[in-house]
Ligand binder design. Structure first.
Ligand code: FAD
Length: 625
């Protein structure tokens, strides 16, 4: 059937990380979905660093996987290096990170989407939106098509009125080599939306054959690799490519300073705010003037390509300055450029204009996800895309929205932060943003979320059964450890090997195993435990869960308790369109902020900056509590 005559359930605008996950989720939930994107060759293109995961972001990728998204599978299938970051800290901080082959990543995403039922594709640029009063009913494209849909998810990334800067040159574009997107912002602003401007930047890519690695420090991947997806369809990496570490130096900094006058960052041409935690190299040199060197990680862009990503050297300085300065870095003396670094400014929509389902408050059935909401990063975008795709499909099916709480997932923290607090600079996830990080670990995303995915129809029964079995066996192992005693003759050699004080009587296994200096592998000679593990077919993932439980049960219980208390406030609902102006005992600031954000619960109201505990008490009294 022609695209003209079909009314889709869901149209997803943009095939980046948010759009790809949104399209997959909506289609997998049975919604007839159309993915419209400017260039089908660039599906899920990694605009910047060819890596997924990292601190807090790795947890998000695992959550996406547990919810039936594709990002983790694609990352595993295309990974060239794997590292578990923060392994020296507690398990709440462990964060997987993988570098991917950039070209294979996009190809693998496209293949997976093509294998998804209910999903159609169309290459064109959406340049307008079709409304019927306060409802969206479809999109208009540059080729003049009008395509109807019950819901629309916009995931336009850095493309909305994108403006690229290199030195004193500026030109329109959504990403190097691709055009900007015009028309969507204008239609939304005409409808009453508030739009803002943000910026981001990327470093040069260079020819790896022109670098001298003997002057750099090799950065290999982990010896024992892991993977992102909980599904058996992907495998741990056995072969990896190394990265390389080098440093800038005072000469590099002086050469960079020579270009400051022509820098769009410093001469006022770029006015918008960039990502605080991903500053450009000129910003680092300017802000930390006394620092003699900054790290530069040289990262391969794939298995076979010689193109290298110069991580840490993001810049929008003129090409001649980039050229001169980079050559002063050890190992870069004879460098050849593939692509220069650049900065880009783009439109975003302050996310306080959205509800928890990522639907806009102003226009029904219209959803936003990804960089358009003021976030930065593939993982943040993909997570929002999945949630918007799910919620668009649920809306079509006339069902309640799917919302994750802050104690259930980093994805819940991300969306709640965005829609409650908004963001004035590109928002990226950190573990510090989550108040329940002992609960939100990368190892238990399946236990937390796969049963929910099963209820939505995004995880198969077989997958859900596997997760339930993992939970059952974890509990079984914990019970075994709690009730089984081991004689001192068996324990003391283990303690002796670790220089720990010996015991003079038998002890329950859980008491010894909970000691921070010991881990499960130290108990490999304890007979009863070995027999139990073999008899019950206990694998390493279950042992990991039990071990974390033993060592951190105190923290876990405390966080659960706090979350329960706050969730009680989550259940004290505020009627929609509540008139805060009539509650005179609220502070002026609280009345203003609450009227703008329109929180759905007292708990959400308490997270809005400017709403004090005494304002919350007033509201509780008002709501009859
Ligand atoms: P994108 O990945 O940008 O995808 C948007 C998609 O929508 C594209 O496929 C585009 O073709 C399509 N599209 C746009 N408009 C239309 C339209 N009107 N019609 C049809 N299709 C349309 N992230 C970091 O975490 N750290 C960084 O340092 C960093 N640096 C970056 C530097 C640059 C230069 C760029 C461009 C991005 C950078 N990012 C960085 C951001 C990262 O790329 C994004 O956060 C992520 O890709 C956002 O995903 P998205 O799906 O929202 O949008």
């Amino acid at each position: 059937m022609s695209l003209f005559s079909t009314t889709y359930d869901v149209i997803v605008v943009g095939g980046g990380h948010a759009g790809s996950e949104a399209a997959a989720a909506a289609a997998n939930m049975g919604a007839h979905t159309l993915l419209i994107t400017m260039n089908l060759q660039n599906i899920a293109q990694m605009s910047c660093n060819p890596a997924m995961g990292g601190i807090a972001k790795g947890q998000i990728v695992r959550e996406i996987d547990a919810l039936g998204g594709y990002s983790a599978i694609v990352t595993d299938k295309t990974a060239i290096q794997f590292k578990m970051l923060n392994k020296s800290k507690g398990p709440a901080m462990w964060s997987p990170r993988a570098q991917s082959d950039r070209m294979q990543f996009a190809e693998c995403w496209r293949t997976m989407l093509e294998q998804t039922k209910n999903l159609d594709f169309y290459q064109d640029s959406v340049n307008g939106l079709l409304f019927e009063q306060d409802k969206i009913i479809g999109v208009k494209t540059a080729l003049g098509l009008e395509i109807k849909s019950k819901t629309v998810v916009i995931t336009a990334g850095t493309f909305l009125n994108g403006l690229i800067h290199i030195g004193d040159k500026s030109f329109g574009g959504g990403r190097a080599g691709e055009g900007a997107s015009k028309g969507i912002t204008e239609d939304l602003v005409a409808k009453g939306f508030e739009a803002g401007r943000m910026k981001t930047g990327t470093p040069p890519r260079v020819d790896g054959r022109s670098l001298d690695y003997s002057k750099m420090i090799e950065q290999p991947g982990d010896e024992n690799t892991e993977k992102f997806s909980y599904l058996p369809v992907t495998k741990n990496l056995t072969k990896q490519r190394s990265c390389w570490l080098t440093y800038t130096n005072p000469k590099v900094h002086n050469l960079l300073r020579e270009g400051f006058e022509r820098s769009p960052m410093f001469n006022g041409r770029i006015k918008s705010t960039g990502p605080r935690y991903c500053p450009s190299v000129e910003d680092k040199v300017n802000r930390f003037a006394t620092k003699e060197r900054h790290q530069i990680f040289v990262e391969p862009e794939g298995w076979t390509t010689c193109e290298m990503y110069v991580n840490g050297f993001s810049t929008s300085l003129p090409e001649d300055i980039q050229d001169k300065a980079i050559r002063a870095i050890e190992g870069f003396e004879n460098v050849k450029f593939f692509r220069y670094g650049y900065a880009i400014e783009y439109d975003y929509f302050p996310p306080t204009q959205l509800t928890h389902s990522l639907e806009t408050k102003l226009v029904k059935n219209l959803f936003f996800a990804g960089q358009i909401n003021g976030t930065t990063g593939y993982e943040e975008a993909a997570a929002q895309g999945l949630m918007a795709g799910v919620n668009a499909a649920l809306k079509v099916q006339g069902k309640d929205s799917f919302i994750l709480k802050r104690n259930e997932a980093y994805i819940g923290v991300l969306i709640d932060d965005l829609i409650t607090k908004g963001t004035e600079e590109p928002y990226r996830m950190f573990t510090s943003r989550a108040e329940y990080r002992t609960l939100l670990r990368q190892d238990n995303a399946d236990l937390r979320l796969t049963p929910k995915a099963f209820e939505l129809g995004l995880a198969s029964k077989e997958r859900n059964d596997r997760v339930l079995e993992k939970q059952r066996k974890t509990n079984l192992l914990i019970q075994f450890l709690e009730k089984t005693s081991v004689k001192q003759e068996e324990i003391n050699p283990i303690l002796e090997a670790k220089n720990l004080a010996l015991v003079n009587q038998s002890m329950k296994l859980f008491k010894i195993a909970a000691r921070p200096q010991l881990n499960f592998s130290d108990f490999k000679n304890v007979k009863k435990l070995n027999i139990f593990i073999l008899d019950n077919n206990i694998d390493s993932a279950i042992i990991e869960q039990a071990e974390i439980h033993l060592k951190y049960s105190g923290y876990i219980a405390k966080e659960k308790n706090n979350a329960d208390k706050l969730n009680r406030l989550e259940n004290v609902m505020i009627p929609s369109q509540f008139n805060y102006q009539k509650v005179k005992s609220l502070s002026f600031e609280a009345r203003e902020k609450l009227s703008k954000i329109q929180p759905t619960s007292i708990s959400q109201a308490s997270r809005i900056s400017g709403v004090s505990p005494s304002d919350i008490s007033v509201l509780l009294v008002y709501m009859g509590r």
